[in-house]
Design a protein around this ligand. Structure first.
Ligand code: DSN
Length: 442
């Protein structure tokens, strides 16, 4: 089968050519640019099919067998499958697949484990933490009392002695580990010991790396954590959404913290798509994918180091790397803009102890989930590293720089053309016609 929109795209193109044009233009961007945003990925066409299904029409507040609406028998089957697959894949006592996002999953975890005003010990945002780990502008920083730990200035890795000292000094109700930019594996056993020492809950925010856990490419936090929160759309390759895994004795508290405390009806098309992704993630092919994601990240990071971009912590054990650009006398914002001009999508990112504002930043973050899903391997990672090295040095204000960015853009087009993330034909009957009529409605 070489179509994934089928008649639905025809319907969209006829009913709303302007939105159809957006959909096609974004598909072209995803196909024709290099996708190195560490939190993104390409879902399978099966996941997209579930997302675009009529399950989107159904209200289903509550849980399977205990809904506040009639007519939930079919969507109940989807949720039960998703829960069962999540529990089996991660060896967890309990799974809740309803959170709309990673932030929603974390809000529910706070609600289940802590009270407003409680002390929560988590990694500071510039060192790799997430907004929900105690940022001032977020519920976690407004309603709770955050205490932050950092990475060490010399190794840029977590200092577990400092975490223990802070825990003993502040006696947190909950300790959070897990990060949006920490490239090293986390010692969950030590975090567990520290949590036990001070009587705290341990929440592992595995949003970024849960797909690597599913693929057995990094250690699992499940045996150590009281609660694991995650997203389903990063390395895991599922739909945009969240998920919570927890110990049996916390199951009821977690479920109540999701519904009715913080959410209303789950989005059943997304729940079904999560089930599809979890099924895919249980295969040997997904394990090979996860291993390759890490192998590619290592190759890309080594290549970028050779181009003068210094990897924070010296390398990576995961799908991502943060690169310090200061030796190139360039900020993250400018590097992101230059790469974008060369059709390479990555994002500016703070490095530990950054003196720049987050909107400027001294680094960039890259990830290999998407390019690996496209089938790229180490040779392509070396090529991408060279292209990024050229792009970040390409000052668009100079003729030579503008030419270099154009040349890299053309090389990106040639490379991505050999690794299409989705079938090239949008509809088996008249692919070119669908594309043209949607993009030129008049
Ligand atoms: N925005 C996600 C990321 O890019 O890491 C985290 O929520």
């Amino acid at each position: 089968m070489d179509t994934f929109w089928g008649p639905d795209f025809h319907a969209l193109a006829c009913a709303d050519p302007e939105i159809a044009d957006v959909v096609l233009a974004e598909l072209e961007r995803q196909r024709g640019h290099l996708q190195l945003i560490a939190s993104e990925n390409f879902t399978s066409t099966a996941v997209l099919a579930a997302l675009g299904s009529t399950l989107a029409n159904k209200y289903a507040e509550g849980y399977p067998g205990r809904r506040y609406y009639g007519g939930c028998a079919e969507v109940d089957r989807a949720e039960l499958l998703a829960v069962e697959r999540a529990r089996d894949l991660f060896g967890a006592d309990h799974a809740n697949v309803q959170p709309h996002s990673g932030t929603a999953a974390n809000l529910a975890a706070y609600a289940a484990l802590a009270e407003p005003g409680d002390v929560v010990l988590a990694m500071e945002l510039p060192h790799g933490g997430h907004l929900t780990h105690g940022s001032r502008g977020n519920f976690s920083g407004k309603w709770f009392h955050p205490v932050g730990y950092r990475v060490t200035p010399n190794t840029e890795e977590i200092d577990y002695d400092e975490v223990r000292d802070l825990a003993l000094a502040h006696r947190p109700k909950m300790i959070i580990c897990g990060s949006t930019s920490y490239p090293r594996t986390i010692d969950f056993a030590t975090f567990r010991d520290i949590a036990d020492e001070v009587g705290a809950y341990l929440l592992v925010d595995a949003a970024h790396f849960i797909g690597l856990v599913a693929g057995r490419a990094v250690p699992s936090p499940v045996p150590y954590a009281d609660v694991v929160t995650c997203t389903t759309h990063k390395v895991l390759r599922g739909p945009r959404g969240g998920m919570i895994l927890c110990r049996a004795e916390l199951a009821e508290r977690i479920d109540r913290a999701v519904f009715p405390f913080s959410q209303g009806s789950p989005m059943m098309h997304t729940v079904a798509a999560k089930a599809v992704a979890l099924n895919e993630a249980a295969t040997p092919a997904f394990r090979a994918y996860a291993r390759q994601v890490v192998g590619n990240a290592r190759a890309l990071t080594a290549g970028l180091a050779a181009e003068g971009l210094r990897p924070v912590t010296g390398g990576t054990d995961t799908h991502l790397a943060v690169l310090d650009l200061r030796a190139l006398e360039l900020c993250g914002r400018e590097a992101e803009a230059r790469c974008a001009q060369a059709r390479i999508a990555l994002n500016k990112h703070a490095i530990p102890y950054d003196t720049e504002k987050p909107a400027v930043a001294s680094g960039v973050r890259v990830g290999t989930s998407s390019v690996t899903a496209q089938g790229m391997r180490e040779p392509e990672m070396r090529q991408i590293a060279r292209m990024i090295g050229t792009a970040v040095r390409g000052d668009p204000g100079s003729a030579a720089g503008a030419r270099a960015l154009r040349d890299v853009g053309e090389e990106v087009t040639a490379l991505t053309g050999g690794f299409p993330p989705y079938p090239l034909r949008l509809h088996p009957d008249d692919p070119a016609g669908v594309t043209r009529s949607a993009r030129s409605p008049h």
